[in-house]
Unconditional design. Sequence first.
Length: 158
Amino acid sequence: MRPEALAFHSRWYPTRAGDYGEDVARSLEMAQQVSGADYVKALARRRAFSRAVRRALGEVDLLAGPTVPLLAFENRLAYEPVGPGGELPRYALTRLTYPYNLSRLPAITVPCGLSKGGLPIGLQLAAGAYEEGLLLSVAGTYERARGEWPAPPMKAED
């Protein structure tokens, strides 16, 4: 992902590096360390992974699960390790959505519950290739069955 981001941002980065947040600039800098050979190997792994996800979705209509593995947090906490192994929250946020992004398959998230502190929890639905219509239909049906959704609080409560 980083070399692709670096290629996209090459019109502005590094000449406008000061316009980027520290985390994004650091990621773009790290992209310059990825060799062409490593990038080609990563593309091959992505294709193999994509085939496996597509096979799984070929056996069922949809997959359902959480959108993210943790509750919303203040941005200042994005680099404070959480849980066993010390994963950074900003990376945990995309862990469950990557399979569909990497496989180029449709997925959608809909609010499905609230934490004890009133923060929204998302339900992610994913479908096979070219099944966007089914995905949107199921998401819409779920939202209608779930009913009206309350606005989230502006600040998390302890």
